[in-house]
Write a protein of this length. Sequence first.
Length: 374
Amino acid sequence: MPITQVIGGLVGLHATDPATPYLSLWARCPGFMTADLERELYQNRSAVRHLAMRRTLWLVRSDDLPLIQAASSNRVAANERRRLAADVCKAGVAADGDRWLDRACSAVLRHLCDNGPASSTELRAALPELAGMYDPAPGKRWGGAAPLAPRVLTVLSARGDIVRGPNDGTWTTSRPRWTTTTDWLTDLSPRPPDREARAELTRRWLATFGPATAVDVKWWLGTTLTAARQALADIGAVAVDLHHSPGYALPDDLDPEPEAPPCAALLPGLDATTMGWFQRDWYLGEHRAQVFDRSGNAGPTAWWNGRVVGGWYQDDGARVRLQLLEEPGRDGRRALQRRAGDLTSWLDGVRINPRFPSPLSKAGAQPGSRGRET
């Protein structure tokens, strides 16, 4: 199956952690190599990283960008613009934050059109319109002076004017060179109306992740409960009983599913499946506190037959080790151990450090730790 089909089937892959899309594809695509995604990103340009649902960075199919822009990113962009304009005024950089931001955005777009892709550092050095500092958390230990320039790029990218082009880093790091969207993606379709886009995106999500609750849809899309219910109504979603709670499914997806064959999977932190629903007890059991941090970010997980049974980490020798939180049985242990060996070989010494480590992955990262491997 082409990797763009896998990406589209999941609507998108989380990309806040640069390594996540690669590991998510390895888990799903036999024979996948990092060069396969590099080719789609930078040669075919059939996939692109974009700020979208829940103000999260996603890897999506380029063909889906107009849909996702209208359904979600426009809302993100409006919020980012409002916050940045207010912070410009609070910091005393300009009396009119909106005017300052308009000038800064115009300068960036003009520079990229005239000179081609550029890094954030290069843009800051070249454009005085980006000058200015602010304190994101006055009086807090994590506060202090920070540049406004990266937030200008966030606004421009969220509203679809620029995209992340070539990456100056490795596949485990993010050092993008920014480029105008029209230069990088030359054959995009027009954006649909926002309501129509939300309905279509909800339909695609429900086709893969349904049945689900309205709260799941609201959370995943990063919208209001009213908008989520409207989207469900627009696609004709059918009310179903979901573990004695109200849920929704597509009208053509009501037949019982055949029993799936046994399956073992090692998924990365922030994987699209682990992060797929707001209500997670049915696949997490009692493991939420171990595999999610306090902000709701998932660490690396080990799955057996559709449930999280633990996590994984790399030891001092970069070998993938299991951390089982429950007993998956003999077949489950063997299958997960095989996947751990396969992933060790595939990584070939590359270290993966989750950007948002869970308590379980933090425990595995302790020097000399072997977790609860079986």
